[in-house]
Design a protein around this ligand. Structure first.
Ligand SMILES: Cc1cc2nc3c(=O)[nH]c(=O)nc-3n(C[C@H](O)[C@H](O)[C@H](O)COP(=O)(O)OP(=O)(O)OC[C@H]3O[C@@H](n4cnc5c(N)ncnc54)[C@H](O)[C@@H]3O)c2cc1C
Length: 376
């Protein structure tokens, strides 16, 4: 893999740097609620106007059609400029709902939703997990009964990030009552303003409401909102999860290098000390993660399970860096939300998008070809 930057790459990098420097918001992003939505959509709309949204999306769908290496250069400049975290309420739409529609949606679904997503005009959430169906997603029980040209949806989802401020949801439901497990599911676009939907926000350990429970009581969704074929939702969900694990967090992964350098500067540890050694290890781990991130982004053809490797490495390193910040900076870290808030949030990294144990299972079984764990 040749990563030597060409003159055109350098020109692109400089253009990105100049634009970010002139346009990134001065105020930090609010953590939750409608104000966080306004902040994130304003920022995405500004990026879109400047030609900096959907960089890797095909031009036919309003994107810039840039190759993965250019996307990585953008993210490198993005995190260096301390632009708003990409993990905001636009994350689901830009990084996995939109790409899933591009891969599996109908022309009408693409024409309606993709421009709205890129322009920051619609927010999406994901409704996959249920109480009793997280790691074991195929155990999900929410149903969609076909009645004429509609689905009548009943049941409950949980941990649906941004559901309290979202316009649409990636909703995975059981549409064939006679089928079990991975069969008979459908991936449906759910308009969150439909009658019968109740959203109950959940506060996390950091005191913010990133996710919610969602209840469906005879919610009527037109069959035209099914993505992929009716009852073929499992394969569409796997498309979504592949985007979620492989490419959605590229910027966040690169950002950890910046965080480690900030910590090293603040810690000002004497050379040769145990603290200095700990920070050196973190710097090396962040460099390794950055290299893995580039490889994941650039590898052609991609392998479907690469995402689990990089997702696991990211999740565990994020926790280590924030734990080190608490240990090393002490009370100063508590006073600074960039460390204290992010420390509390980092606990969720080894759960969201599939737990660390599940990623290890995937790596063991699918990449290392170790024996599969017993299945029910
Ligand atoms: C911040 C955050 C955001 C999220 N956002 C969303 C969202 O937007 N939409 C959505 O649908 N979901 C979302 N989730 C839910 C997330 O996908 C689930 O929490 C996750 O898949 C784990 O499921 P669970 O919570 O039901 O835990 P369980 O599956 O019950 O797991 C409990 C424990 O058992 C372990 N375990 C389970 N099965 C195995 C196994 N086979 N082998 C080894 N260990 C196992 C797990 O690793 C875990 O430690 C989010 C979660 C978090 C933390």
């Amino acid at each position: 893999m040749d990563l030597t930057a060409t003159q055109q790459d350098e020109a692109f990098r400089a253009r990105a740097r100049d634009w970010l420097c002139a346009n990134r918001p001065a105020e930090p992003a609010p953590y939750d609620g409608p104000v966080s939505r306004t902040y994130a959509t304003d920022w995405l709309a500004r990026c879109h106007k400047g030609g900096w949204s959907g960089l890797a999306w095909p031009e036919a769908y309003g994107g810039q059609g840039l190759p993965p290496a250019r996307l990585m250069l953008w993210y490198e400049e993005y995190v260096r400029a301390r632009a708003p975290s990409t993990l905001d309420c636009t994350f689901v739409a830009l990084n996995h709902a939109g790409p899933t529609l591009i891969a599996r949606g109908t022309d009408a679904q693409k024409a309606f939703h993709l421009p709205r997503i890129l322009g920051g005009r619609s927010i999406w959430c994901q409704g996959f997990s249920e109480p009793g169906a997280g790691s074991d997603l195929a155990a999900l029980r929410a149903t969609g009964r076909v009645e004429g040209d509609e689905l009548v949806v009943n049941g409950q989802k949980i941990w649906s990030s941004y559901a309290d401020i979202a316009d649409y949801q990636e909703l995975l439901i059981r549409t064939d009552p006679g089928a079990s497990r991975h069969h008979g599911l459908s991936w449906v676009i759910c308009d969150m303003s439909l009658p019968g939907i109740t959203v109950r926000p959940i506060k996390n350990i950091a005191g913010v409401t990133h996710f919610a429970e969602v209840f469906y009581d005879n919610v009527r969704i037109p069959l035209t909102e099914v993505v992929g074929d009716l009852n073929d939702g499992w394969s569409v969900a796997m498309t979504t999860l592949a985007f979620e694990r492989r490419t959605a967090a590229l910027a966040l992964q690169v950002e950890l290098s910046v965080k480690v350098e900030d910590l090293i500067r603040l810690a000002d540890a004497p050379a040769g000390s145990a603290t200095s050694a700990r920070l050196s290890d973190l710097r090396a781990e962040a460099a390794a993660l950055r290299a893995m991130t580039w490889r994941t982004a650039l590898r052609e053809p991609d392998t479907p399970f690469d995402g689990s490797l990089v997702r696991l490495a990211f999740a565990e390193l994020a926790q280590e860096i924030h734990r080190a910040a608490m240990d090393i900076l002490g009370p100063a870290a508590l006073a600074d939300p960039r460390w204290s808030h992010d420390y509390l949030e980092s606990f969720s990294e080894t759960i969201a998008g599939g737990t660390a144990e599940i990623q290890r299972n995937i790596i063991a079984e699918r990449i290392l070809a170790m024996p599969r764990e017993p299945r029910a």
